[in-house]
Design a protein around this ligand. Structure first.
Ligand code: FES
Ligand code: FE2
Length: 347
């Protein structure tokens, strides 16, 4: 008699999901700083909702929930930047970049809570590397780490390269990030000549990777920023990737490529550019297929296997997933009391 087979293994995929995770905690790219002038405001979609992105007259960038805490107008449709505040179009209540209500231009008393706490959800925003970044925490907690110093992006001289790109994948950030430790796929999906060895180490929100004994060395700073340095023939080029969830199963991947500003005509400059072409998957005469062409086919169609059947040639997928778990926090839920609204504060 043949042995009974494990039907769960055969049937499990029906019940799997493509992106079974909430939107993670972390710093995320919003847009390039030079796209937002003082006094400007626009609607952006990221982190599973719409936001109003604005820059005050004084130059501070803000990212606000669109719906006014007063009577719910969408401030990205008709709202305005007034000095340092975002002004709602409906009754001209004004908010600062931290979500405090700073002005109610009529009535004798503001609701008392406006003196105690912000009433509009805004995300902490910093500008770094010529980009606007926001801190996402589902329970509105303050940042627990800072964005790192990246010399290639921040030193005024010494580095060059303005190639960058933006791609959208129909999956979650974790599935994309898992590629970093899944070195076996480099050989089979990308046609790399070998499966490079990978060493990964983890320290709080930072994961350090060394792929191919120094060929690719880099760090992930939470789920939204990776800096990888590729070294060939003694020349290093840098890929900075900044990934932002648009929704829980749609992710925008952005990358900037930089290298040392070698003089024109040097071999080093040639090699730097070749490495960058290779990262993008566009190097002439190379067999290797860059992520643009092939990873997306996988990401856009796969399901997440929480209990994968791994073999000894696989990279540290499970350790990576353990590390990534720290970025998941469930959002608190509240049900609005529609039938019995809170009474107005007594005079
Ligand atoms: S709804 Fe925004 S001020 Fe009234
Ligand atoms: Fe890949």
């Amino acid at each position: 008699m043949s042995k009974p087979i494990n039907l769960k293994i055969l049937l499990e995929s029906k019940n799997l999901e493509r992106a079974p995770f909430p939107i993670p905690v972390g710093w995320f790219f919003v847009d390039f700083s030079d796209t937002l002038k003082p006094g400007e405001l626009r609607n952006v979609e990221l982190l599973g909702q719409e936001w109003v992105l604005f820059r005050t007259e004084g130059g501070t960038a803000g990212l606000s929930d669109p719906y006014c805490p007063h009577l719910g107008a969408h401030m990205g449709h008709g709202g305005k930047v007034c000095g340092e505040h975002l002004r709602c179009p409906f009754h001209h209540w004004e908010y600062n970049t931290e979500g405090w209500c700073k002005s109610v231009p009529y009535g004798k008393r503001k609701p008392p809570i406006t003196n105690l706490q912000p009433i509009l959800r805004t995300l902490p925003v910093v500008e770094k590397y010529g980009m606007i970044w926001c801190w996402h925490h589902p329970a509105c907690e303050a940042p627990t780490w800072e964005l790192p110093y990246i010399p290639e992006m921040e030193d005024a001289t010494g580095f060059a390269g303005n190639r960058r790109g933006s791609w959208t994948a129909n999956t979650c950030v974790q599935e994309i990030a898992e590629n970093g430790v899944d070195t076996a796929h480099l050989k089979f999906l990308h046609n790399a000549p070998i499966i490079p060895p990978v060493e990964a180490s983890y320290d709080g929100p930072v994961m350090t990777l060394n792929i191919g004994q120094g060929y690719i060395v880099g760090k992930s700073y939470g789920p939204g920023l990776n800096v990888l340095r590729f070294t060939q023939e003694g020349v290093t080029a840098t890929m900075m990737s900044y990934t932002v969830p648009i929704t829980k199963d749609k992710t925008q991947m952005n990358m900037s490529f930089r290298h040392v500003a070698y003089p024109e005509g040097t071999k080093e400059l040639y090699v730097s550019k070749k490495i960058i072409d290779h990262m993008i998957g566009a190097a002439e005469g190379e067999e290797s297929a860059g992520f643009e062409s092939v990873d997306f086919i996988v990401w856009n169609n796969k399901k997440y296997r929480p209990n994968p059947l791994l073999c000894d040639g696989d990279g540290p997928v499970i350790q990576f997933r353990q590390w990534f778990k720290q970025f998941y926090v469930e959002a608190p839920t509240f049900s609005p009391n529609v039938a019995n609204p809170a009474p107005a504060e007594a005079a």
